[in-house]
Write a protein that binds this ligand. Structure first.
Ligand code: ZN
Length: 208
């Protein structure tokens, strides 16, 4: 394997695996494959673009984006639109044009360990993490499809530029656009990709 093929963005493969371990907590195969997917997307993007990202799952991919791009969940340059597909789009924030990389079921059959992992055909116990990592390293993004896309305006629009006010119920600040009280006090709680819930999202044990 040549030097260029073995790299994941600016890292050697080993360095990248170490970064994944320290950031994600363990050598998650999803983050490693995510790294290959991002590497592939970058290879198709113009140099020096201002890149934003969308992940279509909250699992693993957002961590790969945060490790390998300037986009973090905190700076808002990566958004999660959680439809449960293992796909990531990197796009130019000025034009919305970009590259979508997704795991393609029509291609993954050539990689039996990855297929078993992806479709959860084996339990964690049955799966040998060494074999899986080895196969992922050989496959890189070979089981992925690639699309040129234009990201819609509603995704690119910045959120909440309006005023913040104090909620009359909980006395904390919230975006005034959300209504008379904050969303928590309206009972509009949401974990991305799931139905809104009217359940309180925490129980107060003690005020410190
Ligand atoms: Zn409130």
């Amino acid at each position: 394997m040549s030097e260029t093929v073995e790299r994941v963005r600016s890292y050697t493969f080993e360095e990248f695996v170490d970064r994944v371990k320290s950031f994600h907590g363990y050598e998650a195969i999803g983050v490693i494959i995510g790294g290959f997917m991002i590497d592939l997307a970058y290879s198709r993007l113009p140099e020096n673009g201002l890149i934003d990202a969308v992940c279509e799952t909250s699992k693993c991919l957002p961590d790969a984006v945060q490790l390998l791009t300037p986009c973090t969940l905190g700076n808002g340059w990566v958004r999660v639109i959680n439809v449960g597909r293992f796909a990531v789009t990197l796009y130019d924030k000025r034009t919305g044009e970009g590259i979508r990389v997704f795991v393609d079921p029509a291609k993954i059959g050539a990689w039996p360990e990855l297929e078993a992992w992806f479709f959860k055909l084996k339990t964690k116990k049955e799966q040998d993490p060494e074999d899986l990592l080895k196969e992922a390293r050989r496959a890189r993004a070979d089981m992925c499809g690639l699309q040129a896309v234009k990201v819609a305006d509603w995704v690119r629009k910045p959120r909440h530029h309006g005023r913040f006010v104090v909620c009359p119920v909980c006395k904390e600040s919230y975006p005034a656009d959300d209504g008379e009280t904050c969303l928590a006090c309206q009972g509009k709680l949401a974990i991305e990709g799931h139905d809104r819930s009217s359940e309180p999202y925490f129980v107060l044990l003690e005020n410190l």
